[in-house]
Design a protein around this ligand. Structure first.
Ligand code: PLP
Length: 392
């Protein structure tokens, strides 16, 4: 398949870095599970043979224990806009949300409110509902619409302890204004925990410059770490001393190998750790971080916008009954779009059978997730054409 937009795409050569399967005609779900890089096959294989097989337990002292901190620094430099010593890899996003939200609440004693939006991803809402119940706090919901300066401002109060929002909304793809909302929350004395699951690796992010307190995000989406690869967390350096996370495990303690009595948290980002790091699960994301560094995150964003613009153009011309549930303003949009049509639930099995792979989000949305380094314009066209054939 050739396409004029692919011919003029300066990042086209990066597509060759990814494994392909001929049965897949259009992979349009890079926001849910990124494709594997060929280099990761060698990296994991080498690790198993030479490191696990050859070094055995000695490997822990030769780099395994600190791998999450090392990759956290790489991620900070290439993707998050964070200086070293503020990010780490480990646990799932769900567990890291719990740890950081609890730490933030304890750092704001006497405050009784948590702010979150109804459109946030279920796990974010469920975790915060659990914490509110555990702590006897009140959830202040942003009931409808996106997390904007206005909608967030309307629910802030002197009681706000922490605000939990997504940088890019998992359904609509709406891109929130992180620096503006962060300073708004700071003005009432609250802390913000940003969920970067749908922006990390595709939207340039400047956590340090934006004065973000805390952030978490997935690595199996646009960071191509593989199914269930561990998540990342960011704690700004000047907040680290105050942040006490609740899952006190030996590897987050100041002296893990003394096996002593009583927990004392390790200084710095290390205090966020709990148990043994999931080493094998962290390996593959290194190849994607390297690819993003080589391409440059600004170039990745430029192609991301071109891909979503093209998808919207095709939706407008080929799917007259589809309702675009994503922003038309590219500046307020992440790297996926959602289109709604009542018929979409029924056509999903046939799309997947044909090797056209978007995903479905209730009640009636097809989500097209466009991962810039691995997705071609031809795939976008083939995907929309297939939808047009099945639901004209
Ligand atoms: C994908 C996603 C998650 C997933 O959390 P896990 O613990 O990895 O299952 C959480 N929050 C958001 C906003 C997401 O997009």
């Amino acid at each position: 398949m050739t396409h004029p937009l692919d011919d003029s795409d300066g990042l086209a050569r990066f597509r060759d870095l990814f494994l392909r399967d001929d049965s897949v005609v259009a992979y349009l779900d890079g926001n849910s599970l990124g494709r594997p890089l060929a280099a990761s096959v060698d990296r994991v294989s080498e690790f198993m043979t030479a490191q696990w097989g050859g070094r055995l337990i000695r490997g822990w002292e030769e780099g395994w224990l600190d791998l999450g901190l090392e990759i956290g620094d790489d991620l900070g430099r290439v993707v998050l806009g964070a200086a070293a010593g503020q990010a780490t890899i480990g646990d799932s996003t769900t567990v890291l949300l719990y740890k950081l939200a609890r730490a933030a609440i304890d750092a704001r004693p006497g405050r009784s409110e948590i702010v979150i939006d109804r459109d946030n991803f279920p796990t974010d809402r469920y975790v915060l509902e659990g914490i509110a119940a555990e702590r006897g706090m009140t959830l202040r919901w942003i009931d409808a619409g996106e997390a904007t300066v206005e909608s967030v401002g309307a629910v802030l109060s002197p009681q706000t302890a922490v605000v939990v929002l997504s940088h890019v909304s998992y359904r609509s793809g709406y891109l929130s204004d992180v620096p503006a909302i962060t300073s708004l929350v700071h003005a009432v004395g609250g802390l913000v925990l940003w969920d970067l699951c749908h922006s990390a690796g595709v939207v340039p992010t400047e956590l340090d410059a934006w004065n973000v307190d805390l952030a978490v995000g997935c690595t199996y989406k646009y960071l191509n770490g593989g199914p269930g690869s561990p998540a990342f967390a960011y704690v700004r350096s000047d907040q680290q001393e105050r942040m006490r996370q609740p899952i006190q495990g030996w590897l987050g303690s100041a002296t893990p190998f003394e096996m002593g009595q009583g927990y004392e948290a390790a200084a710095g980002i290390r205090g966020l750790l709990s148990g043994t790091p999931p080493v094998v699960g962290m390996l593959a994301m290194r190849d994607m971080i390297a690819a993003i560094e080589e391409a440059g995150l600004d170039a990745v964003r430029t192609k991301s916008i071109a891909l979503t613009e093209y998808a919207i153009e095709l939706v407008d011309s080929r799917l007259p009954d589809a309702v675009l549930a994503s922003p038309r303003d590219a500046g307020r949009r992440g790297s996926h779009i959602t289109i709604d049509d009542e018929r979409y639930r029924d056509i999903m099995p046939e799309l997947w059978r044909r090797g056209v792979i978007p995903d479905f989000r209730r009640p009636s949305g097809i989500r097209l997730g466009l991962s810039p380094l691995s997705t071609s314009f031809a795939e976008v066209e083939a995907g929309v054409e297939a939808i047009a054939e099945l639901a004209p």
